[in-house]
Ligand binder design. Structure first.
Ligand SMILES: Cc1cc2nc3c(=O)[nH]c(=O)nc-3n(C[C@H](O)[C@H](O)[C@H](O)COP(=O)(O)OP(=O)(O)OC[C@H]3O[C@@H](n4cnc5c(N)ncnc54)[C@H](O)[C@@H]3O)c2cc1C
Length: 584
């Protein structure tokens, strides 16, 4: 076992982790621990843009952006946090520009902006150009720019290190403090303990619990799982976002920027069906509304293809030059993966699991909450694994690249300031006991179940039973399936018993996190007997503000994989906007 000591330890080198590192490193001794090489993080796959009310191409302001975010999130957004995000968005984009990010420009040389779903002028009157972008590779540019700036600030990276456990210490007054992280080094199989004053989780999402997803294979909810297993809560996990335009049958993302640039959704009859569902902003309605409309078209028999199970996105009227200049990557995706040329043909699309709105609850400084009011000292979270909550029940497109920059920065500053004011709290006496025992069990000879089989079954039941539309019956089926899979998981067999690059072992560990995150998702969804944002219950089709205008807080009772989940609720922070009917 090797021990390391840092003032600030950041777990995750995506956009949120590296934005935090850029703030923490000049202020305190900082290291980043990441299971992927930093520039392979999923942030690099983000396509369409990052929004800020710069008003570079038309009138806009942060108040309209706040309103859109709150309404887009179906009113369980914490409005104080949304306001901070919309205000700080402008500097967040300018900071990236100063760091060297090559944004697309207007002819006058300003950062260009384009339309995206749910972003409107003057409280819903018409779509507004708010998303800053670098072709359809915005996330790639952000990730590279942040990495280069981390190198400039001498941030230390531990690449291909998997965080497996968090160490907490409780004082006489019952206050919790985070003291360290236990990690597994992929190259050697060695266990490392990182002793730190501040720990920031920035481990991304958990979309791989679904079969149809735009998420990378690595998005397995590790950070959320680690925290949850420590008895800390997860917030609003029943809200997953299904992005309308995944390539049909594959789930690979076709960015909303396609509709921002004028792309049109059509059913098998060629009808622009969004005119019926969202007459004012049509194809640029928020994602939950568009995804449901697409599924309804298919359910009502207006789907296309041999099985009538998808609709089309039509960009043929945009012309080859616009596609090459502004949407080159996704034009290529359609050609490569479906053999369809968007220049002349409609592209088959269907909703794909894209983003988790819920996560580790934090306040606006990124401090992790242990219940509705108290924090865990020295523990922070930012990015997709966190829930501030700025996305409520449905995130608007381009608000995540913004979230990771605004709240990554805030968490980095808060973590460094805390580290500079606090002293090291001792680690537990034998910090690796849990992990040692866990790995030994996983590698023991007794099991017979295959990791890949359990993962395939998990993804199948989540797709079938907990996707765009849900009912009590389908969700209960999903819960039964997930719990049965957890029992099978206790008997898995890992064939590679070696120490070097044992990816078999790590995949098994990731599957454990996924199973647990799926269970939290489904339990929360069963209990939320209403439809709101990304959570659409056919048996409770309307929003119920009297009983459910509140966040779900899920706690694990016990340390066993099969332990029960207990639910509690947290009030929504409402400042300026009363909940309204959500028409577009
Ligand atoms: C295809 C696609 C396109 C998108 N397009 C857009 C867009 O145009 N605009 C927008 O706003 N949003 C977009 N999003 C969403 C947005 O990109 C993500 O929500 C955001 O980038 C998440 O950033 P993050 O830093 O929180 O996590 P990630 O970038 O996913 O990084 C997670 C990091 O955590 C590390 N990690 C995870 N588990 C462990 C562990 N156990 N131990 C150590 N390290 C660990 C990983 O190594 C990685 O470095 C898109 C998402 C996808 C999938």
């Amino acid at each position: 076992m090797q021990e390391h000591r840092y003032d600030v330890l950041i777990v995750g080198a995506g956009g949120a982790g590296m934005r935090a590192a850029i703030e923490a490193a000049p202020r305190a001794r900082t290291a980043v621990l990441t299971k992927l090489y930093p520039t392979r993080s999923h942030t690099g796959a983000a396509q369409g843009g990052m929004c800020a009310a710069l008003a570079n191409v038309e009138e806009d302001n942060w108040e309209w952006h706040t309103f859109d975010t709150v309404k887009g999130g179906d009113y369980i957004v914490d409005q104080d946090a949304a306001e901070i995000m919309a205000k700080e968005a402008i500097d967040a984009v300018l900071d990236l520009e100063k760091m060297g990010l090559p944004f697309n420009r207007t002819p006058e040389g300003r950062i260009d902006q384009r339309r995206f779903g749910g972003h409107t002028r003057d409280h819903g009157k018409a779509p507004v150009r708010r998303a800053c972008y670098a072709a359809d590779r915005t996330g790639h540019m952000i990730l590279q720019t942040l990495y280069q700036n981390c190198v400039k600030h001498d941030v230390e990276f531990f690449n291909e290190f998997y965080a497996l456990d968090l160490c907490l210490s409780e004082n006489e007054d019952g206050e919790l403090t985070a003291t360290g992280v236990v990690a597994y080094e992929l190259a050697t199989g060695e266990i490392h303990v990182f002793h730190a004053k501040s720990i920031v989780f920035a481990t991304g999402g958990s979309g791989r619990m679904y079969k149809t997803t735009s998420n990378a294979h690595t998005l397995t909810g590790d950070g959320m799982g680690i925290v949850f297993r420590k008895g800390l809560p997860l917030e609003d996990m029943e809200f997953h976002q299904f992005h309308p335009t995944g390539l049909a049958g594959l789930g690979i993302l076709i960015s909303e920027a396609v509709r921002g640039e004028g792309g049109i959704l059509r059913n098998v009859d060629g009808e622009r069906f969004m005119e019926r569902y969202a007459p004012t902003i049509k194809d640029l309605a928020p994602r939950d509304i568009v995804a449901r409309s697409m599924v309804l078209e298919v359910l009502e028999g207006r789907g296309a293809g041999p099985n009538k199970d998808y609709v089309y996105i039509d960009v043929t009227h945009l012309g080859e030059d616009v596609l090459n200049e502004k949407l080159p990557d996704i034009t290529e995706f359609a050609r490569t993966y479906l053999g369809v040329d968007p220049v002349t043909e409609y592209v088959p699309v269907f909703p794909t699991c894209h983003y988790v709105m819920g996560g580790i609850p934090t306040n606006v400084e990124g401090q992790v909450l242990r219940n509705n009011t108290e924090i865990v000292h020295g523990l922070f979270a930012a990015g997709e694994c966190a829930c501030v909550s700025v996305h409520g029940a449905n995130r608007l497109g381009t608000n995540s690249l913004l979230d990771i920059n605004v709240f990554g920065r805030r968490a980095g500053i808060a973590a460094a300031e805390y580290a500079n004011s606090a002293s090291f709290v001792p680690l537990p006496e034998a910090p690796t006991t849990m992990v040692d025992g866990w790995l030994e069990t996983l590698l023991s000879e007794h099991g017979h179940e295959r990791v890949a089989d359990i993962r395939t079954s998990l993804q199948a039941t989540m797709d079938a039973n907990a996707s765009v539309f849900r009912t009590e019956d389908t969700l209960k089926q999903a819960l039964k399936d997930v719990q049965a899979l957890k029992e099978r998981y206790a008997h898995i067999r890992i064939h590679d018993k070696g120490k070097r690059f044992n990816s078999d072992l790590l995949e098994a560990i990731e599957l454990g996190f996924l199973l647990e995150m799926a269970e939290v998702t489904v339990v929360g969804a069963i209990n939320r007997k209403e439809s709101r944002g990304g959570h659409a219950r056919e048996d409770y089709p309307t929003r119920d503000d009297v009983n459910f205008m509140r966040h779900t807080m899920a706690y694990k009772k016990g340390t066993d994989l099969l332990s029960d989940i207990e639910l509690d609720y947290k009030p929504v922070v409402q400042t300026r906007y009363e909940p309204m009917e959500r028409k577009y």
